[in-house]
Design a protein. Sequence first.
Lengths: 161, 70
Amino acid sequence: MTIDFFRSVIPTAELVESLKAGEDGAVVLFDGIVRNNTRGRKTLFLDYESYEQMALDQMRALATQAIAQFGVRDIALVHRLGRLEIGESSVVIVVASAHRGAAFDACRWLIDTLKKTVPIWKKEHFVDGVVWADGEPFPQDLAVASPAPTGPTPADPVRQR
Amino acid sequence: MLNPRATVHGGIWDTLAVAVNREYAGAATLLHDADELALLPPVSGGLDPRPAPIPGRAATQANPPKRNQE
């Protein structure tokens, strides 16, 4: 398992090659790259920051969970921090597995979950201003006081209105 | 105890998560001397709205990841 942060270009090809083993039948790669706009607003570059020690623990936990639940053999999950230009890779996920279906499923679950729960933040530098990206709401049971759509939860008094 | 009700409800507490010693923590978490407390704004890795199970708690979710039977 490879879990890491990079402050320069992510060595994607090396990660893929280093993960392969004889018993694998498939390697699935997700390469998240910096888009040149957000909802039509032109982006110049991004700055990524992280609460690094917690993020590494979270990433390791996600990879461990994915290996156990999807039955894949090995995972590389790495993120870049600092300034990224348009087209550069911000996150790379490689999943090696005996079968392609499990590898695709694990890879999709890893990126979706990482985006919601791993403490990494993105500052977007646009042609006409700079903003920290809004981010997605935390999943219900991670937020401190997110409203409960199904009503108050007795076990969690914080959610009572 | 972490007690958001003692502060402004409907404000930033509606969007924050709290971590104690680098793990997500609920309101019932007891703090001890030298604990590392972090207030986390929503993380921002992208705009994909697709829901995903929670790490470490997938077994209690309605749609836990399924092992592929291929």
